[in-house]
Design a protein around this ligand. Structure first.
Ligand SMILES: Cc1ncc(COP(=O)(O)O)c(C=O)c1O
Length: 397
């Protein structure tokens, strides 16, 4: 696969490209915001979707004879994460956020407290608050340019706020941390001690960078697995977010039943879209797709290394050393300007990124930019040149 190929995404129903005009003022902006990639999916996935499209009938879906989707997922988790699961314990949702919302509504009550780490993925806040639950923000520690979990504060907040549920993001968006086995255990032990249900959003787990080893919390801490629900999807991994498909795993049959009956109010959880199932099978089962993923990870690692070098050699910004994902988290706190001014300058300079507020940070937390680097190198080069120029101008103003 040639990741250097520049794919024209305007007028393709892409929110990242076609939707950028609703978010940024500059019509020439290079969109480096929402988390999908500018790369084509692996060829077996494209072929599977084309074949499905070509038969021309788009009725309700199910597994065809002989294809067990749960078994395909179980094999993938075994291969990728050395995690042996019982395929009967899987459920589906129309995306991870949809699944988180189901778990929140099924397993907590209105006004219950739900804790998550900040900076956060913005939809955690929406999922909690739209369900009329209270979001408790547990800031990560940020020391010497590195992020870690603040266990002491976590426990204190759980007790004081009577927290019922925790949402863990592993690997973490936006900081890129891949939590270690020791961190995961400590997190789970605290939750266990105070009977807090854990939702582990592992959507970025296939996109670790070289040298980092993602481990599923439910595998690391089986003592508490009945209170953990793990959410995964091929969407980030194989660039299939528009197919709106995710799955969750829990060894607690009551939780699965409660989530499924909550889903049944608005949709049928057992019916992923008719394109999602063939795409999933082609992504997870085909060797060519696996090879594509290996190459993708190398390409992303090299993009991150390149942009870090460029930004840090030309500005005083610090690029956090991401351990996973294709999202760079950049500390520009040295700029003594407002977030609004920063965003305006970047928008005017033609680079579409996101800043503090999107991630639940106020300006006391410093000034941060999240930049999506899953794009062809040439596009990245243009985007980073624009970013650097805008930062340099802001510094002298
Ligand atoms: C941590 C995290 N969870 C969930 C999602 C969205 O998942 P989905 O599109 O499956 O709802 C994203 C997308 O950026 C994400 O970063």
């Amino acid at each position: 696969m040639n990741f250097d190929q520049i794919n024209q995404r305007h007028n393709t129903y892409s929110i990242k490209w076609d939707g950028a005009k609703a978010v940024y003022h500059n019509p020439e902006v290079i969109p480096m915001w929402i988390a999908d990639m500018d790369f084509q999916s692996p060829q077996p996935v494209i072929t599977a979707i084309k074949n499905q499209a070509a038969q021309g009938i788009y009725g309700y879906s199910t597994e065809p004879n002989m294809t067990s989707i749960p078994q395909i997922i179980a094999t993938w988790l075994q291969q990728q994460n050395d995690w042996e699961i019982d395929p009967d314990n899987l459920g589906y949702s129309a995306g991870v956020v949809n699944g988180l919302g189901l778990a929140i509504r099924a397993l907590t009550k209105e006004n219950d407290a739900i804790i998550t780490q900040t900076p956060l993925y913005g939809h955690f806040k929406l999922a909690v608050e739209n369900s009329k639950r209270r979001l408790i923000s547990n800031p990560l520690l940020y020391q010497n340019g590195k992020y870690s979990l603040d266990f002491q504060l976590l426990e204190q907040q759980i007790v004081e706020q009577h927290v019922k549920m925790a949402i863990l993001c592993n690997p973490h968006n936006p900081t890129g941390r891949v939590w270690t086995a020791a961190e995961l255990k400590q997190f789970a032990q605290i939750c266990q001690q105070h009977q807090v249900i854990i939702l582990s959003d592992d959507i970025h787990s296939d996109l670790t960078l070289p040298g980092y080893n993602y481990q599923p919390l439910a595998k690391i801490y089986p003592e508490y697995q009945d209170q953990i629900i793990t959410f995964k999807s091929p969407s980030k991994t194989f660039n299939l977010a528009g197919l709106q498909f995710a799955y969750y795993y829990t060894t607690n049959p009551n939780y699965r039943k409660q989530m499924q009956s909550t889903a049944a109010y608005s949709s049928n959880p057992d019916l992923p879209t008719i394109f999602a199932l063939p795409a999933l099978a082609a992504a997870y089962q085909n060797q060519e797709s696996h090879a594509w993923l290996m190459d993708l990870r190398k390409y992303l690692a090299s993009n991150l290394e390149w942009l870090t070098q460029q930004i840090e050699s030309q500005t005083a910004a610090h690029v956090i050393r991401s351990e996973a994902t294709y999202l760079a988290w950049i500390d520009v706190s040295y700029l003594k300007c407002s977030e609004e001014k920063l965003l305006q300058a970047l928008d005017a300079g033609g680079v579409g990124v996101q800043t503090n507020q999107e991630f639940g940070l106020d300006d006391k937390a410093g000034l941060f930019i999240r930049l999506n680097f899953a794009t062809a190198r040439l596009t990245l080069e243009k985007g980073i040149a624009r970013l650097v120029k805008a930062l340099q101008q802001l510094e002298v103003e």
